[in-house]
Design a binder for this molecule. Structure first.
Ligand code: DGL
Length: 271
């Protein structure tokens, strides 16, 4: 048993997809969340910049004496996982790629898997590598979706929103035409667009929520290593932009409950 908190970070709201599932699977865990709202999006930036941001996020979360850190960001997990682990030292860091790839290989029946993510994630080839290492003959069709993150960060997630509909058609047409029956939502923001994506691709395509897969992986890790907590303290939420109200409202809406406290601003550049 270990009641230390779990640190979770993302460039913004997306990592809450992992938090939501973690709260469901492991309700006794305490969460310290950091959303880098002052520097979102990550997915259109250089690897060097992403590594700098991720290392700072890890150093910030380490000040809370966390027992594990979730890189609940596809971009951080595909471009900077080993640097995140270096910055974390002896604290384990779990990313989104492994769990989502395992779940996609389990879900596909025809061996055709789609992957969507930020331009940085898709450019990294990390999902292809992970999927092929699990099943070498899998067919993979990838697509970068650069405008999904800003759309989600602005709360435009409705399936009938005209902007969402145009973008879903533009980004997912190739995956639909390729006949993929499993799609990895390889950026943790994308499950917020799940309804629109599901409607566009139809019932025959399983959607793999990378934040959810990551939460399941964390739960297994904690249980297998005797690290699960016995009692939760209230979660704490930090952001890097001064506009904390925006995050608070959207986060509460997304988690389906009041986030139960103030969102605190931190000066991430200090770390
Ligand atoms: N949630 C992040 C991810 O999973 C969004 C990246 C971004 O900020 O562009 O990739």
């Amino acid at each position: 048993m270990n009641d230390r908190a779990i640190g979770v970070f993302d460039s913004g709201l997306g990592g809450l997809t992992c938090v939501k599932e973690l709260k469901r699977l492991m309700p006794k865990e305490t969460i310290i969340y950091f959303g880098d709202t002052g520097r979102v999006p990550y997915g259109t930036r250089s690897r060097e910049t992403i590594i700098k941001y991720v290392s700072q996020n890890i150093r910030f979360l380490k000040t809370f004496d966390v027992k594990l850190i979730a890189a609940a960001c596809g971009t951080a997990s595909t471009l900077a996982l080993s640097e995140a682990r270096d910055a974390a030292g002896d604290i384990p860091v779990i990313g989104v790629v492994e769990g989502a790839s395992e779940d996609a290989v389990k879900a596909t029946k025809n061996g055709r898997i789609g992957v969507i993510g930020t331009p940085a994630t898709i450019g990294s080839g990390a999902y292809e590598k992970a999927l092929k290492s699990i099943k070498s003959d899998v067919y993979i069709k990838s697509a970068a979706c650069p405008l999904f993150v800003p759309v989600v960060e602005n709360g435009r997630t409705g399936k009938d929103d005209p902007i969402v509909k145009i973008l879903v058609d533009e980004y997912l047409r190739g995956i639909k035409e390729a006949g993929c029956d499993a799609l990895i939502l390889g950026c943790t923001h994308y499950p917020l667009l799940r309804e629109a994506i599901a409607e566009y691709l139809g019932e025959g395509t399983a959607l793999i929520d990378s934040g959810q897969s990551e939460a399941a992986k964390i739960a297994r890790y904690l249980n297998e290593n005797g690290l699960a907590a016995e009692s939760a303290r209230p979660a704490r939420f930090f952001v890097s932009d001064a506009n904390v109200y925006n995050f608070s409202a959207l986060a509460g809406m997304f988690l389906g409950e009041d986030i139960g406290g103030d969102v605190e601003k931190t000066d991430i550049e200090k770390y």
